[in-house]
Structure formats: structure tokens, C-alpha cells
Design a protein. Structure first.
Length: 409
């Protein structure tokens, strides 16, 4: 079984890597007409993926809550608290690193203009039935109320809906992800992001990537200490999810693959995974927060001649953690959600905001990959806090069996 799992993981990784390479090649050699077709493919696939995300969130979180029984409220509070602390901790680390490193860097003073990617020639609109945050709240309400009222028919329906959406994930979403990733990188290569802007900010991006690695090490170390289990048994399965996040630039779009990866870990229970991984895709954005904090300091020095004051940055970080928990897990969601405090607290003018948006876009994929991979660490923390002896799994198995028996009778 582990051999088949390993082959499956490497098969998906290979497909994702091929998608990235093919996309870059197409973007470098394509003309406007070809890119219009590529944009159409990306638009349609993206519409379908983002349509399914709210359904996936409801399908996994709601039944997970009913299986958790009395632990549901405690796990929800713990998940929110840890996600907030992770965002604040990542931003604080970026702030300290920025104070030590940025004054010694030679920061750029201009950016080259990008080529415009043609609009999609064909657009098939498939709007989601609700937003990601609405789906999260709906899932929590459904799960908690079904649990409180002992609504057995609803519980059974939620379990069946979970199975239906898992089939959608495995048979529909994951197979089209390499094509979506290929079209994303084709657009980046065509507009010049990979050949013009990225080299300009390469040092800054590399420092952000180092920061991601350090913060993931911190999270998984804490998770290992809390759970008493080997964190490598979680992170080693996250390769496909990391690459998918790099290609989609969206925690929400990566959710199906992240669920599949986390479920393969021997130290994570299905109950904890189905609860925290979908929720983490919506509320845990540590990588994006870390990067944006660092970039804000670089841009402040670049455009305004100095780094923000210590007090200003503390206020920014505390508020940023709150905004990050509420930010949508979509491309650019973190930076868009934080615009109010970037302008109001840091004092950025329109030029600073535009530069932040442009620079953030250069690494958005890697920040997202850090977010997604970090969800595995929080899931392992919850495993240690609430399922150290396997009590959740035993209780959930009893709940599911009892529900099926009662409905059959």
C-alpha cells in the first residue's frame, strides 16, 4: 500500500513539474492568438476548480465536526488560535530579519513594464454557490447544529456528501490541475514576470523563501513536540500539495491535493485531517504574511527612505494576524485583505501599494505553498492535543457505525 501511495505521489509530482515546464515554454514562444487560447483554457478550468472549493470545504469540515462530538468546539478554538499565532509569529520573524538584513541590501528603485496577457477568447462562467468564508461558516454551523440536535439523517447525508466530493476531488479536480498550472506559468512567462521582474527582486524573493523554510521548521518542530510523533511523517507527503500551490497560487485551489496528501500520513487521523486541512486553507496564511511583512519593509525603505518604526510594525503585525485569518485563500487574497492596514498603519501611498502588489505577485505561489504545507503542522498539533491516544478515531468510528445502523433500521 505504501508503495502504491509513493508511486501515486511521484506520478502527480511529475505531472505538475511537466505542466510548469510546458507552460513556461509555451509562454516564451507563443503569440497573442495562442495566449488567448491558453487564457481561455485557464479561465474555464479555474472556474470549475473554484466552483468546487466551497462544496469541498462543507463536505469535509461539517461531517468532521459531527465525528468529533464534544471536542468540536475545543478544536475549532484551538485551530483559530494557532493559525493566528502562526501568522503573528511569522510576521514577527520577518520583522526581526528585516531589521537585521534590509539596511545592508541594495534595493531596486524601478520595475520594468510587463507585457499584457490577452483576455480569454472563450469564457464559461461557473460562479461558486458561495464564497470560501461563507462555506467555512456554513460548514461549522451545519456540523455544530447537527451535533447539538442529534440530527441523524443530516449526519448520514453529510457523510454521503463527503464521499461524493472525494470522488470529485480524485476523478475531476486532481487530473486537470497540471493543465491549470501549465496555463498559469504560460501567462507568467508571456507577460515577462519570469524574465524581467523576478531577476530584479531575486534577492528579496530568496530571503522570503528562506524565511518560509525556517518558519515551517519551527511549526513542525512545535507540532512534533506537542504530538510526540515524527513530523517528517507528515511533511514527506506534502510534495504534490506544495507544487500544486506553486502552480495555482491559491490555498483554496490546492485544498483537494492537500487533503489527499495529509490523509496518507500514518500519524494523522482522518477526523483531524478532514477538520483542520480545509479550515487551514481558509484561515492559515503564515507564508503570505511573512513575505508581505518583509516586502513592506523593503518597499518602505525603497520609496520612503526609511523602515517603519518599531511601534508601527508591532501594530501592523497584531492587526495583520487578524486580517490573515479572515483573508480568502485565493491568489493575492492576503495582500488584498491587508490593504487597509498597509495604507492606514504603514502609510503607503498609491505608488507603494502598486509596487507591493507587483512584488508580492512574484512570490505569491511560494507563499501559498508555505501556507498549505504549514497546515499539516497545525493538523499534527491538534492531533497531539485532542487525539494523542486515538480516542477521536475510535469515537468517530462508533458514531459512523451507529448512524448507519439506525438509518438501516
Amino acid at each position: 500500500m505504501s508503495e502504491n501511495t509513493s508511486k501515486s505521489e511521484w506520478g502527480l509530482i511529475n505531472k505538475l513539474l511537466i505542466g510548469i515546464v510546458v507552460g513556461i515554454v509555451i509562454g516564451l514562444i507563443a503569440n497573442e492568438q495562442v495566449m488567448s487560447v491558453v487564457s481561455s483554457i485557464k479561465y474555464v478550468i479555474g472556474q470549475f476548480i473554484f466552483y468546487t472549493i466551497p462544496l469541498v470545504i462543507i463536505a469535509f469540515i461539517a461531517p468532521a465536526i459531527t465525528k468529533l462530538r464534544q471536542n468540536a468546539n475545543k478544536m475549532l478554538g484551538a485551530g483559530l488560535t494557532i493559525s493566528y499565532l502562526s501568522a503573528v509569529g511569522a510576521a514577527t520573524m520577518a520583522f526581526v530579519a528585516g531589521l537585521l538584513i534590509i539596511p545592508h541590501m541594495s534595493v531596486p528603485t524601478s520595475m520594468e513594464t510587463l507585457r499584457h496577457v490577452p483576455e480569454a477568447a472563450f469564457q464559461l462562467n461557473i460562479p461558486p454557490i458561495m464564497s470560501v468564508m461563507t462555506a467555512l461558516v456554513t460548514a461549522i454551523v451545519l456540523g455544530v447544529t447537527a451535533l447539538a440536535t442529534k440530527a441523524e439523517a443530516i449526519e448520514k447525508a453529510l457523510f454521503e456528501f463527503e464521499n461524493m466530493m472525494m470522488m470529485v476531488v480524485k476523478n475531476m479536480i486532481i487530473p486537470v490541475l497540471p493543465f491549470f498550472i501549465a496555463t498559469t506559468f504560460a501567462g507568467l512567462a508571456y507577460e515577462g514576470t519570469l524574465t524581467q521582474q523576478l531577476p530584479v527582486f531575486l534577492k528579496v524573493v530568496v530571503l522570503a523563501l528562506v524565511g518560509h523554510a525556517v518558519w515551517l521548521f519551527v511549526l513542525y518542530s512545535i507540532a512534533g513536540a506537542i504530538s510526540g510523533k515524527n513530523p517528517l511523517e507528515v511533511i514527506k507527503h506534502y510534495g504534490p500539495a506544495y507544487l500544486t500551490a506553486v502552480g495555482t497560487m491559491s490555498s483554496a485551489a490546492t485544498l483537494p491535493v492537500a487533503l489527499s496528501c495529509a490523509r496518507k500520513s500514518k500519524v494523522l487521523s482522518k477526523e483531524t485531517v478532514d477538520f483542520m486541512v480545509p479550515m487551514g486553507a481558509t484561515i492559515h496564511l503564515c507564508g503570505s504574511v511573512l513575505t508581505e511583512t518583509f516586502f513592506c519593509m523593503v518597499i518602505s525603505l525603497m520609496l520612503y527612505g526609511s523602515l517603519p518604526s518599531f511601534g508601527t510594525m508591532i501594530v501592523f503585525i497584531v492587526l495583520f494576524g487578524i486580517f490573515a485569518v479572515g483573508a480568502p485563500g485565493v491568489p493575492g487574497g492576503t495582500v488584498m485583505a491587508s490593504m487597509g492596514i498597509v495604507v492606514g498603519v504603514l502609510g503607503f501611498d498609491p505608488a507603494g501599494v502598486a509596487l507591493l502588489l507587483a512584488v508580492f505577485a512574484l512570490q505569491d505561489s511560494f507563499g501559498t505553498a508555505c501556507n498549505v504545507t504549514g497546515d499539516g503542522a497545525i493538523t499534527l498539533m491538534l492531533e497531539g492535543l485532542f487525539n494523542k491516544d486515538g480516542e477521536l478515531s475510535a469515537e468517530a468510528a462508533g458514531v459512523e457505525t451507529a448512524t448507519k445502523v439506525k438509518v438501516a433500521v
